[in-house]
Design a protein around this ligand. Structure first.
Ligand code: CO
Length: 214
C-alpha cells in the first residue's frame, strides 16, 4: 500500500507541474486528441514509448504487447491500427522493437513457456526461416539481437500488409510505416531504414488493392 501511495503522490506532483507550465493543458486534451504517430512496441517496462521519444500526452497513440507483434488475427492490434489510421489519421506508424527482448529470446529456446508459446509462434517461425544465417553469428547474444531486428522488419511488413494501411495508401493518405529498435544499454533508438509508404513498396503477392482499372 505504501508504494501505491507513492504512485498517487507522484501523479499529483506530475499533474501540478504540467498545469504550472501550461494551465490549459488538460482542459485542451480532454476535448480531443490528434497524435501524428502510432507506436507499436513491446510491453517491456524498460521501453516506455512517450518517455524515450520525449512526447507529451496527446502526441503519440500507443499499442504495446509482448515482443511488439502485429498479428492479423489479433483484433486488439488491428483495431488500434484501424482507429489510428482511419479516425486519427496518424502520419507515421512506428514499430519499435528492442535488443534483449525476452519474448524474442523465448522463441529461440527449445523450452515450453505455456500459453505465450502460441503468441510467440510467429517469431519461432521467423527464427526457423532464418536459422542458417543466424547460426553463422558468433554468439548467442548476436543471434538474439539479430532476431530482434528481423522481428521488427517482419512486423513492419505485417502492418503494411494490413487492409487498413493499403486502403489508406490507395486513397492517397500520407502514411509511412517505420521500423526502429531500442537499446536498453544506452537508451538510444536506431532507425532500421526500412520505411514503407506505398503499395509499390510491398511484394506483389501481398498487395490487396490492385491498380485502378481504366
Ligand atoms: Co521485449
Amino acid at each position: 500500500m505504501h508504494k501505491l501511495q507513492t504512485l498517487l503522490d507522484n501523479n499529483t506532483k506530475w499533474s501540478d507541474k504540467i498545469r504550472e507550465q501550461d494551465p490549459a493543458f488538460f482542459e485542451r486534451l480532454s476535448k480531443a486528441q490528434s497524435p501524428e504517430y502510432l507506436w507499436i512496441g513491446c510491453s517491456d517496462s524498460r521501453v516506455p514509448a512517450n518517455q524515450i521519444v520525449g512526447l507529451l500526452p496527446g502526441e503519440i497513440f500507443v499499442h504495446r504487447n509482448i515482443a511488439n507483434l502485429v498479428v492479423h488475427t489479433d483484433f486488439n492490434c488491428m483495431s488500434v491500427i484501424e482507429f489510428s489510421v482511419k479516425v486519427l489519421k496518424v502520419k507515421h506508424i512506428i514499430v519499435c522493437g528492442h535488443y534483449g527482448c525476452g519474448g524474442v529470446k523465448a522463441a529461440l529456446e527449445n523450452t515450453s513457456h505455456g500459453l505465450i508459446d502460441n503468441w510467440l509462434y510467429s517469431i519461432r517461425s521467423l527464427y526457423s526461416h532464418n536459422k542458417k544465417k543466424l547460426d553463422l553469428l558468433e554468439s548467442e547474444e548476436d543471434r538474439h539481437n539479430r532476431l530482434c531486428e528481423l522481428n521488427v522488419r517482419q512486423q513492419v511488413r505485417n502492418v503494411a500488409h494490413s487492409h487498413v494501411v493499403q486502403e489508406a495508401w490507395t486513397q492517397g493518405q500520407d502514411l509511412t510505416v517505420h521500423g526502429w529498435i531500442y537499446s536498453l544499454r544506452d537508451g538510444l533508438l536506431n532507425d532500421l531504414g526500412i520505411d514503407l509508404h506505398s503499395p509499390e513498396d510491398l511484394a506483389e503477392a501481398f498487395r490487396l488493392v490492385g491498380d485502378q482499372v481504366e
